[in-house]
Structure formats: structure tokens, C-alpha cells
Design a protein around this ligand. Structure first.
Ligand SMILES: Cc1cc2nc3c(=O)[nH]c(=O)nc-3n(C[C@H](O)[C@H](O)[C@H](O)COP(=O)(O)O)c2cc1C
Length: 330
């Protein structure tokens, strides 16, 4: 048995599951494990430079993987797209910004373009820019995102961009989520948070342990972590993370945080940026950052990524069969 959809057909994969291109987390080991298990793995090139992207593409070996970019950052370093295209990726994934020029370049190289969107307007403009596949990302998602929920956004995007295949993202962690996404009209799922809690993901063991202990209620979207990481994210996108001591201190006081950083940097004294970087090195999950989404309720252990792919598909098939059996003549 296999779940065949427009996504599996278009990408030549066995299972309709894509692992998210999580910057600094989705390296070659995770991406290749997902592809080997029958899905499509994406390398998270969003914060990567040339060396990082080349290293992780090498780590993927000969396995077919795609490369994801944060579009507004790619605009500052467009040569990284050429670097990825030189490796004949299975797909280029673009999120958070205007994909038009990059989509055209990838398509002229014969590489499928996947665009992640947070609104219907973004979905329509991504299709106009040439997207072959649209990922509709709900606010449940870990990492950066918008305000719409997966439940309402996915079917609306499916209707808006048909016949372009739509992939659901945000809060999907198990076979029930995949089954629900397919039922909403999606052709597959893109999963981030659940794949962060795998043995292949890059990241400190303490961070992964916190993903297992935290739940969806513990997560919050904010700008706090972009301020301490000195990442100039557009205001429309806030990052969903596990709430911790650092967030508790600065949520609602973002201007004061910026001010404290500026004052410290001007006087050459330690700043919240320095303290954050030291915490990340030390694996301190209260003063560093743990990026994750509302799907954390369903994350109970660190597991190999390939096992997850296999289990999610098998459970989705069972869930769909059980749902079908609810319908009786009568
Ligand atoms: C740790 C982490 C890092 C992420 N980094 C990126 C990124 O660099 N680029 C991107 O397009 N999306 C990124 N995302 C968002 C994913 O693309 C995806 O939308 C999200 O993970 C789906 O929701 P889920 O986390 O509930 O599975 C990230 C998500 C997580 C959890």
C-alpha cells in the first residue's frame, strides 16, 4: 500500500512527506534519511553560507535532496541559489519573501520550485511566479510564520491554486495529521518540529530533550529571539518557540531589549546577544532558544527520521481506512 498523490507523482517519491528546510537543523543527514525512507528531505540553507551548504550537501551523499532558502535573506546572497542549483537538487524551496526572480532561475535550470505561503494572497502570487508546489503553512508551525491556522488555510489555498498541488504544514506530527491534511485536499505534508526531534537533526541534545518534554501550550510566537540573534526579519513573521526564561523576560519589552543591546554594544560591555550566544553554546534551553511548534504535544521521543516516515504513513493509511468505515448506507 502507498499513498499516491499529485505530490508523489510530481517529485517521483514514494510517500507524500517532505521534511522542512529548518535552518541550522536540517542538514544532509536528516534530509537524506527522509529521502531514503521514501519522502523528500530538504536541507535548510536559510542561514547557511557557502561552506555550510556545501558541507551539508556532501553529507547527503548521492541521495536526492532539495535545498530550502529564506527568500528575503537569499536576496542578499543570490549566489547561494546558483551553488544549490549546481548540485542538481530535487527541488528548491522558497519561503518568506518574493520568490519571483529565484523561482524563474530554478525553473530555467529544470528544478521544481516549492513555495511556502502563509496567506491566500501569497499563494496566488507564488503560483504567478511559477511555483510548481505550494506549501500552505499554518500558525501552529514551529519557526517563523503567520497568523492563519492550518485547518482553514489549507483547503482555501487548495481551492485558490488548483490544479497546483498543495502541501499542508503546521502542527502535523503523526499519521492522523497526514490523514487530515489529505482529507482537506492537500497532496502531502511538510513536517518540521517532529523531524527536529530525531537522531539525525543538527542541534544540542538539551534542545532535543526540551522538544520532548515541552507541549504545544508551551509555545509562543515572538520577535524576541530574532532580536537577540540580530536577524532583521520582516515584521510580518514572528518565530514560534518554546517559552523560556529569556522569552519571559523580554516578551512585550522588545524595544527595551533592542535598547539594552545597543547600549551594551556602544559601551563595549556584555549584551543580551553575547549572553544568548554563550547559552546556545552551553545548551542552556532557558537562556537560548528552542524552536518548535504546537505539534510538540505529539513528540514523545527522539527517533530516527526514517522510522518516523514509515510510521506516519502506516498510521495515516489506518486512520483513513477507519474514517471511511464511518460512512454506512443508511
Ligand atoms: C527548528 C525550525 C526551524 C525552521 N527553519 C525554517 C527555515 O529556515 N526556513 C523555512 O522556510 N521554514 C523554517 N521552519 C518552518 C518550516 O518550514 C515549517 O513550516 C514548519 O516546521 C511546519 O510546522 P511544524 O513545525 O509544526 O511541523 C522551521 C521550523 C522549525 C521547527
Amino acid at each position: 500500500m502507498a499513498l499516491q498523490t499529485a505530490l508523489t507523482e510530481m517529485l517521483g517519491i514514494t510517500h507524500p512527506i517532505i521534511s522542512a528546510p529548518m535552518a541550522t537543523v536540517s542538514g544532509g543527514a536528516l534530509a537524506s534519511a527522509v529521502t531514503v525512507a521514501g519522502g523528500l528531505g530538504l536541507i535548510g540553507g536559510g542561514y547557511g553560507d557557502r561552506d555550510w551548504i556545501e558541507r551539508e550537501l556532501r553529507a547527503a551523499g548521492n541521495t536526492r535532496v532539495g535545498v530550502g532558502f529564506i527568500t528575503w535573506r537569499l536576496a542578499e546572497r543570490p549566489e547561494l541559489l546558483d551553488l544549490a542549483l549546481d548540485h542538481s537538487p530535487a527541488a528548491i524551496f522558497l519561503s518568506f519573501g518574493d520568490p519571483a526572480s529565484f523561482a524563474a532561475r530554478a525553473k530555467s535550470a529544470g528544478v521544481p520550485v516549492i513555495c511556502q505561503v502563509q496567506t491566500l494572497a501569497h499563494a496566488r502570487s507564488a503560483v504567478a511566479a511559477g511555483a510548481d508546489i505550494i506549501v500552505a503553512q499554518g500558525t501552529e508551525a514551529g519557526g517563523h510564520g503567520g497568523a492563519r491556522t492550518t485547518m482553514t488555510l489549507v483547503p482555501a489555498v487548495v481551492d485558490a491554486v488548483a490544479p497546483v498541488p498543495v502541501v499542508a504544514a503546521g502542527g502535523i506530527s503523526d499519521g492522523r495529521g497526514l490523514a487530515a491534511a489529505l482529507t482537506l485536499g492537500a497532496a502531502g505534508v511538510l513536517i518540521g518540529t517532529r523531524f527536529f526531534a530525531t537522531s539525525e537533526a543538527l542541534g544540542h541534545d538539551n534542545t532535543k530533550a526540551r522538544l520532548v518534554s515541552a507541549g504545544g501550550d508551551d509555545t509562543v510566537r515572538s520577535s524576541v529571539f530574532d532580536i537577540v540573534r540580530e536577524l532583521p526579519w520582516p515584521a510580518a513573521y514572528k518565530v514560534r518557540t518554546v517559552h523560556n526564561a529569556l522569552a519571559e523576560r523580554w516578551l512585550g519589552a522588545e524595544d527595551e531589549l533592542r535598547q539594552e543591546i545597543e547600549t551594551g554594544q556602544a559601551s563595549g560591555t556584555e549584551t543580551p546577544v553575547d549572553r544568548f550566544q554563550a547559552a546556545m553554546q552551553a545548551g542552556d534551553t532557558e537562556e537560548g532558544v528552542v524552536v518548535g511548534g504546537q505539534g510538540l504535544d505529539l513528540v514523545h521521543a527522539i527517533e530516527p527520521a526514517g522510522d518516523l516516515v514509515t510510521r506516519i504513513v502506516a498510521d495515516a493509511e489506518q486512520t483513513l481506512a477507519a474514517a471511511t468505515s464511518l460512512s454506512r448506507p443508511g
